[in-house]
Ligand binder design. Sequence first.
Ligand code: SAM
Length: 220
Amino acid sequence: MRIDFFTLFGEWFDWFGGQRHVRNALEHGSELRYVNYRDSTPLSGRQVDDSPYGGGAGMVLRVDVVDAALRAVYGEDSPARVILLTPAGRPFDERLAAELAAEPHLALLCGRYEGVDERVRAHLVDDAISVGPYVLSGGELAAMVVADAVIRKLPGSLGHADSAVEESFSAALGGLPEYPHYTRPASYRGWGVPEVLLSGDHAKVAEWRRVRSRERAEPG
Ligand code: SAM
């Protein structure tokens, strides 16, 4: 898989690209690229934004700037599934992460400041995704959230291939949150481990885990 991040702050991704599971994915053939909107802006002085029509605070990332950046990388027809990160987008969840992990090529567009000219969403992207009902300073962290959830599903990313199969919200768990985990010591400050997990009875352990998963899915 190839993921292109369109951003004004490529240095935000320095840490991300160095993480073990990301490096594993890169070693297994995945590719990450970083595109700065300023490098292809048609405006002088590397300008990328402008004040909003109708007035109001802040600056808006221009549609011609975003279009120029996409064309500079892809030409007329983008081979990538192009996604805008925005608080007003489709909620990101495990199902969408799995859907994106099946794509060969993603482009993640990070906004900044007051946001992005609406014509980007209307005409230049395939999807708009929100990582939650709150406002971040920019799309970089949101893009990393999306990329992280996608990359850990790619072959070779995780040390144990099974780790990404049976986990919270996966099909293997019927879309439920994962059951609780415990490890040594069996008793710590008087806090024990459920007896069934020490029993060696796999059927009982599986049933206990199913029940705990269902409990965790219940609100409150
Ligand atoms: N004025 C916008 C609003 O009220 O919705 C917020 C703009 S935010 C400060 C700047 C950029 O951060 C957005 O264009 C978007 O790319 C990104 N962003 C912020 N919160 C996000 C979220 N919850 N999900 C995805 N992207 C987000």
